[in-house]
Design a protein around this ligand. Structure first.
Ligand code: UGA
Length: 441
């Protein structure tokens, strides 16, 4: 099938690449000409395992094209994906200006039936707005081509995006049009082989499904963070509690890892956006508000532990930081807990020696050159003469370090672990002061 994808960010690029991989003819459109040129030369703008090869191979095979020409894009696909960003507005609600601009573009150039697919995470009611926009532009053009606007939210996770898209748990299609449903069934047939993954529903339910999924996962995390803080105060160990409750299949082991708060471009934005949607219809989303408040507080928990140990004035102290990205296997720093922590350390007069396997360039881009931030090339170099080690992202490379070496490099053997990577009793026997989340030190 011929498919067009507008917006070559995370979602759009992965979506375009996997559709090309299974044989579709995909045209990717973006307004950023520098990005399009880079992609044509095999340079991928993001770090995502497996994506570079996938893009290169499909580009070389001629199934994946990149262009800045909206007209070419609209002319190409019967199916037109909208995968542009929906950044939070000042009040936290999702800003639809890019989505509606693509709708206008499609309507300006279309001259035959199109299935317009909202792939970006958009508030309930957006498909109606996109429909209205297309209808309005067609009317202005004095033409009448048939079209359907449907919702097909994306559930990929950064770091495993290619795999998530190639092997989706479910494919949500929100539409009441048989014609659009049939087109989507044909498009996704290669991903729907072993058992039925397609769930077809009305468009508003599909839009809400996306928010409900992310908010449910964020709720699990905030709940566990609350339990962790409580466990500490009660002299319990959250890791035992986690295993104890995860063994109940109704609860499950996924997304109940306590830590220093959820980050990334999705959970914080989507929880806020759903709160704003609820507010707009005068519905008080009490659970979501609590989830957000707990997460906000949780990002400060490790800093409070540092202060408890070293005192409020951290002037002259140097902290080794392992891990900057909001989670492993990505270079994404959006809403990363590391940012809140480093900024608090700087405000208190401390400086940071940091290492991350992928997010160093991104950190440099965000913070520029400053005396209080020393980005170093290895996790070992980060330790040199530091007052303590802070672990902020659970990269594999941090899970079994040489503890004797750590001890030899730090001024004193103190580790603040925001990801609970090690066993407290073992750390104690190795001679460390080990402070983690929800566990006795
Ligand atoms: C999330 C969802 O998991 C995807 O299904 C969804 O498609 C995506 O948002 C999106 O809306 O585009 P992602 O933001 O890539 O994916 O990251 P996750 O792996 O879900 O992690 C989010 C945050 O939760 C991270 O900061 C992570 O450290 C934290 N987390 C996760 C915990 O603190 N504890 C856990 O047990 C799990």
């Amino acid at each position: 099938m011929k498919v067009t994808v507008f917006g070559i960010g995370y979602v759009g690029l992965v979506q375009g690449a996997i559709l090309a991989e299974v044989g579709h003819d995909v045209c990717c459109v973006d307004v950023d000409s520098a990005k399009i040129e880079k992609l044509k030369n095999g340079v991928i703008p993001i770090y995502e395992p497996g994506l570079e090869t996938l893009v290169k191979e499909n580009f070389d095979s001629g199934r994946l094209h990149f262009t800045t020409s909206a007209e070419e894009g609209v002319g190409h696909g019967e199916i037109q994906f909208i995968a542009v960003g929906t950044p939070p507005d000042e009040d936290g609600s999702a800003d639809l200006k890019y989505v509606l601009a693509v709708a206008e573009t499609i309507a300006t150039h279309m001259n035959t039936y199109k299935v317009v697919v909202d792939k970006s995470t958009v508030p309930v009611g957006t498909a109606d707005k996109v429909s209205q926009k297309i209808a309005q532009v067609l009317k202005e053009r004095n033409v009448a081509f048939p079209f359907d606007v449907i919702s097909n939210p994306e559930f990929l996770k950064e770091g495993s995006a290619v795999n998530d898209c190639m092997r989706p748990d479910r494919i949500i299609i929100g539409t009441d049009s048989d014609r659009a449903e049939e087109a989507m069934r044909e498009l996704y047939a290669p991903f729907n082989r072993n058992h039925e993954k397609m769930i077809v529903m009305d468009v508003r339910s599909a839009e809400l499904t996306k928010y409900a999924a992310n908010c449910m996962l964020a709720t699990k995390i905030s709940f566990m963070n609350e339990m962790a803080n409580l466990a500490e105060k009660l002299g319990a160990d959250i890791e035992h509690v986690r295993q104890g409750i995860g063994s109940d299949p109704r609860i499950g082991y996924h997304f109940i890892y306590p830590g220093i708060g959820y980050g990334g471009s999705c959970f914080p934005k989507d929880v806020q956006a759903l709160i704003r949607t609820a507010d707009s219809i005068k519905f008080d989303a009490t659970v979501l508000k609590a989830v957000e408040a707990r997460n906000y507080a949780q990002k400060n928990v490790l800093f409070e532990k540092v202060q408890k140990y070293f005192g409020d004035n951290l002037k002259g102290k140097v902290f080794a930081v392992w891990g900057l990205s909001f989670k492993p296997n990505t270079d994404d720093m959006r809403e990363a807990p590391s940012r809140v922590l480093m900024e608090s350390l700087w405000d208190a007069g401390a400086s940071v020696q940091a290492y991350d396997p992928e997010a160093m360039e991104e950190t440099q881009r965000i913070y520029g050159s400053r005396e209080s931030l020393n980005l170093v090339g290895t996790k070992e170099a980060a330790l040199r003469n530091a007052d303590a080690l802070l672990i902020l992202t659970e990269w594999q490379a941090f899970k079994a370090p040489d503890f004797e070496f750590i001890k030899s490099q730090l001024k004193s053997p103190v580790i603040f672990d925001g990801r609970n990577l090690y066993e407290p009793h073992r750390m104690k026997s190795k001679g460390f002061t080990y402070v983690s989340i929800g566990r006795a030190g």
